[in-house]
Write a protein that binds this ligand. Structure first.
Ligand SMILES: [Zn+2]
Length: 440
């Protein structure tokens, strides 16, 4: 007998959308389709009238992360035990955070430290990008192939110091020589570079210029982290955007809670937003992420000046619901495309596919069920992380209601039934196709 059967929903797969049953045994999907005779299962979920999609893959979070905008205080973002609770409420079943290799550390050590921090503390499955930062000794780069082999094939680099230098700020930027060295080690072993690609000279020059002009207001951020500073390097390139960038603009900085929408690079302008939607709905942008950096509202709004506005977002919980409501309902994004930009593409690019990111026999039974009939203005009680959400007051149509992680129901009809020991570390391996040419 099956363990779990999801019946009657509109199921979104790479082959199309259909009213199919999903049969689950243990942690895996074992069959998907129209059964010839009635199936029996220990548990049946009636998904009539609902949309059934692959559990979300959130490719970009910074949980339990040092807050460098307030360098004098030793502050950190909320940890996985709080933030991933919101993720599963919002239909996301896997996230990829970061471990930071800085001078004085090594790759394996930082992976082990982060993995130990997450173990038993995550409601969703997880992995880590390896971030390479600062004047790293060259021998550190020799550890890259081993990390790829161990299931950590993505390497984050910054081409920019996001903030001006400060003695208590960790370095972010990796110089182009070291980026070249990293690429030489990453490419032949089947890894991938993840690049925050702003121009160091332009961004630091603009900080200096505004400091000299005694202009310090935080809303000037789009002139510091400006359009000219953003560029890309390498090939093939996969683009990520954030649902925040698609919904808020630089004008929002001037509203009372305006900096709660900020992340680096800055919010931009309506024409940029239109381009992002075009890329998400049609083609050109592969995935949505959050750049999750969860803090209290007080901390998020504490800095009001160019050099201390808190970056990052709180929105991993809202990501799938917002992209559904703004993309599928308002902008006619297809359901297949919705699954691509919230789950499948991130899973493919980061080497989680086909275990994650797709509803198919053999895949993990990671499933989000969306109720398209929910129509409401989001309020504080719709969220389960920290003490605010940038999305309070936002009108939506359609929202995730039930989430299944490896066959286990973790959220049922907006009620949490999972716990923080459910999440597991997932080893990743990137398909050569993804590395050879743009595959999604
Ligand atoms: Zn980030």
């Amino acid at each position: 007998m099956l363990d779990l059967l999801i019946r009657g929903g509109d199921v979104v797969t790479p082959q199309g959308v259909g009213r199919w049953d999903i049969a689950i045994e243990g942690e895996r999907i074992v069959a998907l389709g129209v059964p010839e005779h009635a199936l029996e299962a220990g548990r049946v979920i009636d998904a009539t009238g609902k949309i059934v999609v692959p559990g979300g893959v959130e490719p970009h979070t910074h949980l339990a992360h040092f807050i460098s905008m307030q360098p004098e205080e030793n502050l950190h973002t909320l940890g996985p035990e709080e933030d991933t609770r919101g993720m599963v409420f919002g239909g996301t079943t896997t996230h990829v955070d970061f471990c930071f290799v800085r001078p004085g550390t090594d790759v394996q050590q930082v992976i082990e430290t982060r993995a130990a921090r997450w173990k038993g503390n995550s409601y969703a499955d997880y992995s880590f990008h390896v971030a390479l930062q600062g004047q790293l000794p060259l021998k550190v780069f020799d550890q890259i192939p081993e990390a790829i082999q161990a299931g950590f094939p993505s390497f984050k680099v910054f081409t920019v110091e996001v903030l001006p230098p400060h003695p208590k700020r960790h370095p972010y930027r990796l110089d182009f020589g070291r980026i070249q060295l990293a690429m030489e080690k990453v490419v032949p072993h089947g890894g991938l570079m993840v690049v925050h690609a702003e121009d160091q000279d332009i961004v630091q020059f603009m900080y200096e210029k505004f400091r000299e002009e005694k202009q310090t207001d935080g809303w000037l951020l789009p002139l510091v982290h400006n359009k000219l500073s953003e560029r890309a390097a390498g090939y093939p390139i996969y683009a990520e955007t954030l649902h925040h960038y698609t919904c808020f603009t630089a004008e929002d900085y001037k509203t009372p809670r305006g900096f709660c929408y900020h992340t680096y690079p800055s919010l931009k302008y309506p024409e940029d937003q239109a381009a992002l939607w075009n890329g998400l709905v049609r083609d050109g942008i592969s995935t949505t992420a959050t750049d999750e950096f969860p803090t209290s509202l007080e901390l998020k709004l504490r800095g009001q000046d160019l050099e201390n506005v808190t970056g990052g977002n709180l929105g991993a919980e809202a990501r799938m619901g917002i992209v559904y409501s703004e993309g599928v309902v308002k902008r006619r994004m297809s359901l297949e495309r919705f699954a691509d930009v919230t789950s499948t593409n991130a899973a493919r690019i980061l080497g989680l596919y086909p275990r994650k990111g797709v509803l198919a026999p053999g895949s993990d039974a990671d499933i989000a069920i969306i109720d398209p009939a929910i129509k409401k203005t989001l309020a504080r009680e719709d969220f389960h992380v920290s003490d605010y959400s940038p999305w309070e007051g936002w009108a939506i149509q359609g929202w995730p209601v039930t989430t299944i992680l490896r066959g286990r129901i973790v959220v049922e009809n907006r009620r949490l039934v999972g716990d923080r020991r459910d999440g597991q570390l997932v080893a990743r391996k990137i398909s050569p196709e993804v590395l050879r040419r743009p595959a999604c």
